[in-house]
Design a protein around this ligand. Structure first.
Ligand code: E4P
Length: 226
C-alpha cells in the first residue's frame, strides 16, 4: 500500500520524508488555503522537497470541463514530475477526465462517496479514485465498507484504476481498508505518526536498554567492537 501525505506544509512534508516511506503528496483547496502563502511558490516548493518521482496530486479550482483541462495542462507544465490533477466527480469532471487521459495527463477523481461514483470515474479513465472514509462515517454511513466495495468492484471490472483512500481519523479505519487491498492512503503527517505508535513498543525498547545497561553500563556496541 502506498502512503501519501495530505498536506501542503513544506516543513511537515520534509520531516515526514526524512523518517517515513512516503510515496507522494495530495492537496485540495482547503489544504492549500491553510498555508496562506504564494500558491506557485508553494507547489514548486513541494515538488522540490518530494523530488520528481513521488506523486503530487493538486486539485482543480475550475468546474467546467474546458477550464479544468486548461488548468490541468498549466499545472502539469508548471510543477512537473509525477503529477496528478485531482478532479471532483461531476459530469464536467468526468468529461475532463476522459479528455485529459487522451492527452496523457493523470487524473485522481476525488470527493468520492459512493461505489458507483468510483466505478464511473474508473470507466472515464481515472488513475485513482479518492473515497472519503471519515466523512462517510460522520454521516452515519460506513466509510470502510464503501472503500472495501470499491476495491472489489474495480478488481471484478478489470479496471486499472487504483483506490487512494482519504479522510481518516482512526488507525482502525486504515487497517480495515488495507486488509481489502486498497492501493494507497492519504493522511496528515500527524496522523501518519500515530500509525507506528504503540506503548508496548516503547516499553519493549525501555526494557532492552535497561538490560543492556545492567550488563555493559554506558558502553555501546561500537565501543565494545573497537
Ligand atoms: C483528500 O483527497 C481529501 O481532500 C482529504 O483527505 C479529506 O480529508 P478530511 O475529511 O480530513 O478533510
Amino acid at each position: 500500500m502506498l502512503y501519501v501525505l495530505d498536506t501542503a506544509n513544506i516543513d511537515r512534508i520534509r520531516e515526514c520524508i526524512e523518517y517515513y516511506p512516503v510515496d507522494g503528496v495530495t492537496t485540495n483547496p482547503t489544504i492549500i488555503s491553510k498555508e496562506n502563502s504564494n500558491f506557485p511558490a508553494l507547489i514548486k516548493g513541494i515538488r522540490e522537497v518530494i523530488g520528481p518521482d513521488r506523486m503530487l496530486h493538486i486539485q482543480t479550482t475550475e468546474q467546467t470541463a474546458d477550464k479544468i483541462i486548461k488548468e490541468a495542462v498549466q499545472l502539469k507544465e508548471f510543477v512537473g514530475g509525477d503529477f496528478y490533477i485531482k478532479i471532483p466527480i461531476t459530469a464536467d469532471g468526468l468529461k475532463a477526465t476522459s479528455a485529459l487521459k487522451k492527452m496523457g495527463i493523470k487524473v485522481t477523481e476525488t470527493a468520492i462517496f459512493t461505489q458507483q461514483q468510483a466505478l464511473i470515474a474508473a470507466r472515464a479513465g481515472a488513475d485513482f479514485v479518492a473515497p472519503y472514509v471519515n466523512r462517510l462515517d460522520n454521516i452515519v454511513s460506513d466509510g470502510v465498507n464503501v472503500v472495501v466495495e470499491i476495491v472489489s468492484l474495480l478488481k471484478s471490472n478489470c479496471c486499472d484504476t487504483k483506490v487512494l483512500a482519504a479522510s481518516f481519523k482512526t488507525v482502525e479505519q486504515v487497517h480495515k481498508i488495507s486488509l481489502a487491498g486498497t492501493h494507497a492512503v492519504t493522511m496528515t503527517p500527524e496522523f501518519f505518526k500515530t500509525l507506528i505508535y504503540h506503548p508496548m513498543t516503547l516499553y519493549a525498547i525501555d526494557d532492552f536498554m535497561a538490560d543492556w545497561q545492567n550488563a555493559y553500563g554506558e558502553k555501546k556496541i561500537s565501543d565494545l567492537l573497537k
